[in-house]
Design a binder for this molecule. Structure first.
Ligand code: AN7
Length: 345
């Protein structure tokens, strides 16, 4: 069989698969790495886009979830839980369903993109909206595991990070080495942690000559790592990264320090500009949070000629409300040839 069979088959020798029986996969991973000609020109660099929105549930979360659900199943779990800004809940619901397991998701009421809510519901999860933000949802999910026979599949579960590091493997494989800079949005800081783990692992295995600088970007209204303190009421249009107390704060800072990188902030306006630039100039429709990785490059610049990969973490279709509400409404005309000719000339 030479068909792509998912991450755990593909990268088995570099993953901790101890105790694993059946692999739970939706053939996640193997996402395109698209060269961004216009962005490269604008930045004077060699910029590539890792299209994680083309995973089965439309975000990078599928990488961690194939591993977390496979391991949970092997351990005999029958139900999983997560707190989520949306994408984790969609991925957890899908993989738990594939595994024949129950799934409970806690999401902040009114603060999750419509497509993600739709996914979690339709995949069959027990979706509970809480009157509180993501940080509260995550704390409650953790607490519930003390009271119910339920396994948490947020990125505090190490299996999630283990699966997500495969994104770095794919970049090295496609480019022949690590890029000079990896640019990535930061919310709970699990993904930046995971990529660094992947890069360092293959570097020490001799499969990559170099290591990248890790550049993380938070939304300015939800930038605890940049500020150096928790944000009690995070606010940003990029609901995916509306997070005030990242679970992987410490390992993310280690990744940044070890790689001589940085975590910086971009405003909602900068993030939306990048979101529109990507759609219009590169024909990539990502979600607003994902565009933070590009907004950061535009704002702070990159060393001339450097090779940069932006991780575009989620699909733009997840958040139709933001797409429509931040752009001009298409005009309406009478259904006549005259009206159209007048409109188009
Ligand atoms: C599109 O789904 O936290 O820094 O609960 O959905 O690893 O948290 C999502 C996070 C970036 C940030 N881009 O990644 C959730 C959740 C998108 C995201 C992030 C998220 P981390």
């Amino acid at each position: 069989m030479n068909q792509w069979g998912g991450l755990l088959h593909e990268f088995a020798q570099w993953l901790d698969l101890r105790g694993v029986g059946d692999i739970v996969t939706l053939h996640e991973g193997n996402t395109p790495l698209l060269h961004a000609e216009r962005l490269s020109e604008r930045l004077g660099a060699d910029v590539w886009l890792k299209l994680e929105g083309l995973n089965p549930t439309g975000s990078f979360k599928d990488r961690g979830m194939t591993m977390a659900i496979t391991k949970a199943k092997a351990a005999g779990a029958t139900t999983v839980i997560c707190g989520s800004t949306g994408n984790t809940s969609a991925a957890a619901a899908a993989f738990a369903g594939k595994a024949g397991m129950g799934c409970v998701v806690l999401v902040p009421e009114g603060k999750i993109a419509l497509g993600k809510l739709a996914q979690a519901i339709v995949y069959g999860a027990d979706v509970v909206q809480i009157r509180g933000n993501f940080d509260r949802a995550l704390n409650l999910a953790r607490e519930l595991t003390q009271h119910l026979p339920i396994t948490i599949v947020n990125s505090i579960n190490p299996d999630r990070i283990e699966g997500q590091k495969t994104g770095a493997f794919e970049l090295i494989r496609t480019l022949g080495d690590a890029p000079d800079i990896l640019s990535i949005p930061v919310g709970n800081a699990g993904n930046i942690t995971a990529y660094w783990r992947g890069f360092t692992q293959w570097h020490f295995e001799g499969l990559a000559a170099t290591l990248p600088k890790m550049w993380g970007f938070q939304a300015a209204g939800a930038a605890p790592i940049v500020l150096g303190h928790r944000v009690d009421e995070p606010e940003t249009i990029a609901t995916a990264i509306r997070i005030g107390n990242p679970a992987s704060w410490v390992p993310a800072l280690e990744a940044v320090d070890e790689s001589h990188g940085a975590i910086r902030a971009v405003t909602d306006a900068e993030l939306l500009d990048a979101y529109k630039f990507l759609a219009k100039n590169e024909s990539v429709f990502c979600e607003p949070a994902s565009a933070a990785s590009v907004a950061g490059l535009i704002k702070y610049g990159v060393p001339k000629g450097s090779r940069v990969v932006c991780v575009l973490t989620g699909n733009g279709l997840k958040d139709p409300d933001t797409a429509v509400s931040t752009t001009a409404t298409p005009t309406v005309v009478d259904a006549t040839l005259e009206a159209l000719l007048a409109r188009l000339s």
